[in-house]
Design a protein around this ligand. Structure first.
Ligand code: DLL
Length: 426
């Protein structure tokens, strides 16, 4: 464990720490960012009135559009000279969003990423191969600083050229692979095509995140790469990777590093805070961030929180695996359908299918009436399409039009895969 004193802190002590830090963070944001001052004033909450963690509920939510509206640096809480790094997320709706970090923020980030890697079983003897993209995306550099903090041998491979990555992993005997689960599947596919044996790799752990992935994908990646696949979560607006991490000992939910990031789960429709155990939209308040504090930021990610004692002794609250995003979800004849769930059903047909799919809605927007087309890469005919359609109907209560296409004909992604393509929607 990287930081046992914090990771196993009794919950009462942790709550005190959180309250102190929350009061600091609200005051910090209020005094330094006009946007926060305006909104707290409008909600009639003075920073000094935050006396308990529950008082947080009096604050308004922040959403992604607030970042776009204040592009590029309108939500920064420190002057230019204190910012040492920025990252950006491309976003699908126009302008990118930019986030900033002070030197202290970068330190905190390295700490939570080191904690996350250690939580996955890595240590200073590990050889950590990082195939998350380096650049404006937070994945590469975020994990990189954590890996160096841990003292591991750090390989900044970034994305691209899968064959070269495999050679590098073989030659340096990489023990930990960090990349998106989609890219891990690409690596597995390249190994199959080139006849590369998994025994030629020394991998023991995979630290996969940045997009939703299912238990089916986990099993497939583990089988192909011969490692234990663990889930890491985070988002640029809150920090980047390392907001939460699944532990190698528990492998049941992701521990949220609550001394820095305060989580709530809300009903996305009413905004009501939900009790532990209930599924809803994850919301974060940063407790220590200086350059870019967020107060009640709505992530759009769907999961539940739980705080049952853990095998590893960590006391921090856990989140269930993210099921999908509120803005990815389709509602097919009144039933919520997450793209990742469709992929999971299709993946059961391997090896007749490659696992790559694309959902092509016929209508713009969230609400759909069948037929929704699901394009599936497969070696098969109409009979297989029929079987897949039936399996989707049994699991997800709608019958799609299943279209088979040749293996390797759908786009492969090095980073986050895009499962829904609206190009045929009218
Ligand atoms: O994806 C940060 C990251 C990098 C996390 C590397 C883990 C590993 P953004 O590009 O800002 O940041 O995208 C954040 O990605 O709101 C989720 O919707 C999704 N996401 C991230 N991790 C997971 C995960 C990075 N483990 C958005 N499971 C988030 C499901 C995830 N979705």
């Amino acid at each position: 464990m990287w930081n046992p004193a914090v990771e196993t802190m009794p919950r009462s002590g942790l709550r005190e720490l959180q309250l102190d830090r929350l009061r600091w963070s609200v005051r910090w944001a209020y005094d330094r960012v006009p946007f926060h001052k305006r909104r707290l004033d409008a909600a009639r909450v003075a920073p000094d009135e935050i006396r308990s963690l529950d008082d947080l509920r009096r604050l308004p939510f922040m959403v992604k559009a607030d970042l776009r509206d204040n592009y590029p640096t309108g939500l920064f809480a420190v002057p230019h000279e204190e910012i040492v790094r920025i990252h950006a997320s491309s976003g699908t709706k126009g302008k990118p969003t930019i986030v900033g970090y002070t030197r202290e923020d970068i330190e905190t980030w390295a700490e939570v990423c080191a904690r996350s890697l250690a939580c996955g079983g890595a240590d200073d003897r590990s050889v950590i191969h990082i195939a998350y993209g380096y650049g404006l995306f937070t994945g590469g550099l975020g994990i990189h600083f954590g890996s160096e903090r841990l003292g591991a041998l750090t390989v900044p491979a970034s994305g691209g050229n899968t064959l070269r990555q495999l050679t590098l992993m073989q030659d340096l005997a990489a023990t930990v692979l960090c990349c998106t689960p989609s890219y891990a599947l690409n690596i597995a596919e390249t190994m199959r095509e080139r006849g590369i044996e998994r025994s030629s790799l020394a991998l023991t752990v995979g630290v996969f995140g940045a997009e939703p992935w299912t238990v089916g994908m986990r099993e497939e990646i583990e089988r192909a790469l011969g490692l234990r696949a663990l889930d890491i979560y985070g988002l640029s607006e809150v920090m980047g990777p390392g907001v939460s991490m699944e532990s190698a000992d528990d492998r049941d939910g992701l521990f949220i590093w609550e001394d820095h990031f305060y989580p709530e789960v809300i009903d996305p429709a009413s905004g009501e805070v939900l009790p532990y155990g209930d599924e809803g939209e994850l919301v974060f308040t940063t407790l220590t961030k200086r350059a870019f504090p967020v107060l009640r930021y709505r992530t759009g990610d769907i999961c539940a929180l739980f705080a049952e004692p853990s095998r590893s002794g960590r006391t921090m609250v856990r989140m269930t695996k993210v099921k999908g995003r509120t803005d990815d979800m389709l509602i097919v004849r009144g039933v919520n359908v997450f793209p990742a769930a469709v992929r999971e059903v299709v993946a059961r047909f391997q090896p007749r299918v490659t696992g790559a799919i694309q959902i092509r809605p016929r209508q713009r927007g969230v609400k759909q009436d069948p037929p929704l087309a699901v394009v599936v890469e497969a070696d098969g005919d109409g009979a297989l399409a029929g079987e897949i359609g039936k399996a989707i109907r049994d699991a997800l209560v709608f019958t799609p039009e299943v279209r088979l296409v040749k293996p390797q004909s759908l786009p492969r992604s090095e980073y986050k895969s895009k499962l829904v393509d609206f190009s045929e929607a009218t």
